[in-house]
Design a binder for this molecule. Structure first.
Ligand code: 6PG
Length: 471
């Protein structure tokens, strides 16, 4: 018999996905640009080798597949995807399906989906989250593209996806680039969640002078409470680790210069395109960019000095936990707000509660809170998450801790940019009257841009400064 599905690209993620697919009982044909990689992969597949068909040319790959074919691409985002599609398409029949399972920019996916549709070919862009471990044993899968194409492979994708109490974490999000857009926002939230945890670490390390082992214990304790999540769990693990080479705490020997492949940045860029306010996510992206400027930061430390240590009573660990709870709610509310605006702007009809559900297991941001977010979004998908009664109540409880943390950090010079940005967003969201009236007056003064009045009369009204401005 022929294989059920094909896979191109046996890097870390591709190899893990292929083994996962084989393990779930599907025959899979695989191909990699370097044939020795394919041979080694097959040789190392153990008991699963029987379900894996190694191929050395794309022709061989196509011939090994049961028509109508489905081929998953797991190659680096950008040009390699276009090159792979260009190489494969001439070898395929009209209704053969190409699935990009990498971290694509959703604009690329939209373009590729359009080109495929114009030529009469099905094309899917799916976001796959969970790192190598997730890909191997159960990722979260966010699908996008024509629904019939999704339905053709849904049985395989749901079989390999993570399971949350009997519900598979694989969901069709909408047409075109919807799946990759949702994955991009997942990563933006991932950046903010990670950054806020790192800020709490900084408050404990630099503010309270705690060693990594003590910080590890705090994270482990938090993981038994409302913050229960994969990211808190691994923060405890990495904080407790020791460097085999020096015997020092592992965290102390890792350079504080964060990398990024771009998906968090894409979230900030897309949010700006849509005028969606996501300052906690933007602050997290900026924090990675700032971290990269190591030499400049060293000059800054030399001129301005390091943050002041805090008196132990200045900030309690419980307040810090509350700060993270509030920060988490705020950054997810921003992320879901962006998704709602994109859904409207791009006509996707994104399943808001379904997105929270698909993130409950398998993906990097999986956490206990996502199940409650799914319930809140089920009630009112377009509502700001902080207005859902469950989350309003949590915020009321946790906000004093967030305020104390941000205020104490600011007094001591401890950088807490994502937590502070989350709080700034919140305090604006609860302002029935902001200071944008002054912005409007300034715009009207220098550019005659016009404003609306509180007592009505429509737009385009002007102040008593006509002729004084520059415009
Ligand atoms: C996931 C991750 C995964 C990844 C990215 C982000 O959901 O499994 O988001 O896609 O780790 O590569 O990494 P950067 O931090 O390099 O942008």
């Amino acid at each position: 018999g022929k294989a059920d599905i094909g896979l191109v690209g046996l890097g870390t993620m591709g190899a893990a996905l292929a083994l996962n697919i084989a393990e779930k009982g599907h025959d899979i044909a695989v191909w990699n640009r370097t044939p020795s990689v394919t041979r080694d992969f097959h040789a190392g597949a153990g008991a699963l080798a029987d379900r894996i068909v190694p191929t050395e040319t794309l022709e061989e790959l196509v011939a090994a597949l049961q028509p109508p074919r489905a081929i998953m691409l797991m190659v680096p985002a950008g040009a390699p995807v276009d090159q792979q599609i260009a190489a494969l398409r001439p070898l395929l029949e009209a209704d053969d399906l190409i699935i990009d399972a990498g971290n694509a920019d959703f604009h690329d996916t939209e373009r590729r989906a359009r080109a495929a549709a114009e030529a009469g070919h099905p094309y899917l862009g799916i976001g796959v989250s969970g790192g190598e471990e997730g890909a191997r044993h159960g990722p979260a899968i966010m699908g996008g593209g024509p629904r019939p194409a999704w339905d053709r492979v849904a049985h395989i994708l749901t079989a390999i996806a993570a399971d949350y109490q009997g519900t598979p974490c694989a969901t069709w999000m909408g047409e075109g680039g919807a799946g990759h857009f949702v994955k991009t926002v997942h990563n933006g939230i991932e950046y903010a969640d990670m950054q806020m945890i790192a800020e709490a670490y900084g408050a404990m390390r630099d503010g309270l002078g705690m060693p990594p082992a003590a910080i590890a214990e705090v994270f482990a304790r938090w993981n038994d409470g409302p913050l229960q999540s994969y990211l808190i769990e691994i923060s405890a693990t990495v904080s407790a680790a020791t460097d085999p080479a020096t015997g020092q705490p592992m965290l102390d020997v890792i350079l504080d210069r964060a990398g990024q492949k771009g998906t968090g940045r894409w979230t900030a860029i897309e949010a700006q395109h849509l005028a969606a306010p996501v300052p906690a996510i933007e602050a997290a992206v900026a924090a990675r960019n700032l971290s990269a400027r190591l030499a400049e930061r060293q000059v800054g430390a030399g001129i301005f000095g390091a943050p002041q240590p805090l008196a132990p009573e200045a900030l309690g660990i419980d307040q810090l936990e509350q700060a993270l709870i509030a920060g988490k709610v705020l950054c997810y509310a921003q992320g879901f707000g962006l998704l709602a605006m994109a859904s409207e702007a791009y006509g996707w009809d994104l399943p808001m509660a379904g997105i929270a559900r698909v993130w409950r297991a398998g993906c990097i941001i999986r956490s206990a809170m996502l199940n409650d977010m799914a319930a809140a979004l089920e009630d009112a998908p377009a509502r700001n998450l902080i207005f859902a009664p469950d989350f309003s109540a949590r915020l009321q409880t946790a906000l004093p801790g967030l305020r104390a943390t941000v205020a104490t950090g600011a007094s001591a010079g401890l950088p807490l940019p994502a937590l502070a940005a989350g709080l700034g967003w919140f305090d604006t969201m609860r302002s029935a009257r902001t200071t944008a009236n002054l912005i409007q007056a300034q715009r009207d003064f220098f550019g005659a841009h016009g404003f609306e009045r509180v007592d009505g009369g429509g737009s385009g009204q002007h102040g008593p400064w006509a002729g004084h401005g520059m415009g």
